[in-house]
Design a protein around this ligand. Structure first.
Ligand code: SAM
Length: 224
């Protein structure tokens, strides 16, 4: 366990592979100035989201949990011309900051920020016939991650990719008797993924400037 070393390695990686970007830096600065918590993905993780969206050839992306729009900018930048991203955020202050950040990033025409609890806005997306989304990024409140996965399955197609962040929680995911609602939610998420014949998935543990956590990737398979 050496969190400082993890951060230094993150910096080493980012300095070489994730060039400094004034737009992304401005997003983080404005988010901090607006009092948002610094719980956005790290730069090298943002780049991973961008790579996954590119590999996926994603034209429609759904994000659950916007914060100030940092990961949103990474994902939206991976879209081809005409691509669209919808991001869901429950906190009006976060949504407002994200809208301003996306405007500044020149992405206001590509990204729609929907304000509301995701368990309310996800059914609305389904009722509107939005989707199928090619990539879904689950990064909101962790207790509800399993429920968000249900909706992600409604809103995707065979070949879509579902990504979920914070699925290790510094190892607390092992604690079957945990009373922590986030741990319980993440454990339900694993059970649901494991029991879902439409998904083939893995998760990897991550260390870095964001501590010790993990990322899950689930591919939506063709109906058997
Ligand atoms: N994806 C962002 C990034 O990496 O830049 C970080 C998202 S942050 C970890 C989680 C966000 O989910 C917070 O902005 C929080 O307000 C939002 N959130 C919490 N509960 C929510 C809910 N029920 N529905 C939608 N968003 C929610």
């Amino acid at each position: 366990h050496d969190p400082q070393l993890w951060s230094e390695v993150d910096r080493y990686i980012a300095e070489r592979l994730v060039p400094a970007d004034p737009v992304l830096e401005a997003v983080l600065e404005a988010s901090a100035a607006a009092g948002l918590p610094p719980i956005h993905v790290a730069p090298n993780q943002g780049k991973l989201l961008w790579l996954l969206a590119r590999l996926q050839g994603a034209r429609r992306i759904l994000e659950v949990g916007t914060l100030g729009g940092y990961s949103t900018v990474w994902l939206a930048r991976a879209l081809p011309p005409g691509g669209r991203l919808i991001t869901l955020e429950a906190d009006p202050r976060h949504a407002e900051a994200a809208r301003a950040n996306l405007e500044r990033a020149g992405l206001a025409g590509v990204v729609e920020v929907r304000l509301g609890r995701a368990l309310d806005t996800l059914p609305r997306l389904a009722a509107e016939g939005q989707g199928p989304f090619d990539l879904v990024f689950l990064d909101a409140d962790k207790p509800s991650t399993a429920e968000y996965l249900r909706w992600a399955l409604e809103l995707t197609r065979p070949g879509s990719l579902i990504v979920a962040d914070n699925v290790v929680r510094a190892g607390a995911v092992l604690e079957g008797s945990s009373r922590d609602p986030s741990v319980r939610g993440i454990r339900r998420f694993y059970e649901q993924v494991a029991a879902e014949p439409r998904l083939s998935a893995t998760a990897i543990q991550t260390v870095g400037s964001k501590g010790y956590d993990g990322l899950a990737l689930a591919l939506v398979l063709p109906e058997a």
